[in-house]
Write a protein that binds this ligand. Structure first.
Ligand code: ZN
Length: 244
């Protein structure tokens, strides 16, 4: 029998148990502090060396790279390992789905990744770890080692557009999946949120797992308000045995 394709759209809520706060959501930390928001806004970041120096200090001090995946990330990876076709579409930049064991090719990062940096001039990608080691060693605004250009995180900064290739792949998954699970996302930021609507229009079963109400609860077949850390593993293990 053909097993249903399961799409998991994850937002900040899946990573809060890993100690990563919601930075970029509608009520996220960046949005509440205009000075902090400048550190992650393309125009300011590229135009002002002082903003970049502050951004590097913030990245060094945040410790985000040390975060560990939690039970919800592991449950998604386990479902995939059990043989169910799973694709993850994530609004997060923390890389925790992959650290939990999801194959990187099955994870679409809508907002990029904080685990790499990219040169704004020559587009070379290198590990964030290496750039932070240079900051630790005393460089306050490390430049590209290949061309001297400005290094920025490989995340989509405010003012930058989402990668159209990644978006296209995400839309294709939303159309093709039989089950669409939105977890830890407020479903208020487009185009990510719109994927739930696309999936519903194409006949997928919609499940929303989120502490707060979302604009898509009304069209969802199932809405789960329990904490993600316990609710998602239970939901996914039920799904895994259904198909099996
Ligand atoms: Zn370069």
């Amino acid at each position: 029998m053909t097993r249903p394709l399961v799409a998991v759209l994850s937002g900040a809520g899946i990573s809060t148990d890993s100690g990563i706060p919601d930075y970029r959501g509608p009520n996220g930390l960046w949005r509440q502090d205009p000075e902090a928001e400048k550190l992650v806004t393309y125009e300011y970041y590229m135009g002002d060396p002082e903003i970049r120096r502050r951004a590097w200090r913030m990245r060094r001090d945040s410790g985000a790279l040390g975060a560990e995946p939690n039970g919800a990330h592991r449950a998604v990876a386990e479902l995939e390992r059990s043989g169910v076709p799973v694709r993850v579409i994530t609004q997060n930049v923390d890389g925790l789905h992959q650290l939990a064991g999801m194959p990187a090719r099955k994870v679409l990062e809508l907002h990029g990744t904080a685990r790499a940096v990219v040169c704004a001039a020559c587009h070379e990608r290198t590990p964030m770890e290496d750039a932070l080691a240079r900051v630790d060693a005393g460089e306050d605004d490390p430049g590209c080692l290949a061309c001297g250009g400005i290094l920025k995180p490989a995340t989509v900064l405010f003012g930058e557009r989402l990668d159209p290739v990644v978006l296209g792949q995400a839309a294709a998954i939303a159309k093709a999946c039989q089950v669409f699970i939105a977890v830890g996302s407020s479903l208020q930021v487009h185009p990510a949120a719109g994927l739930a609507g696309v999936a519903a229009d194409h006949g997928a079963r919609i499940v929303v797992v989120n502490a707060e109400a979302t604009p898509y609860d009304e069209i969802a077949d199932e809405v789960v308000r329990e904490p993600i850390g316990s609710a998602l593993p239970a939901l996914l293990s039920a799904l895994g045995s259904e198909g099996g």
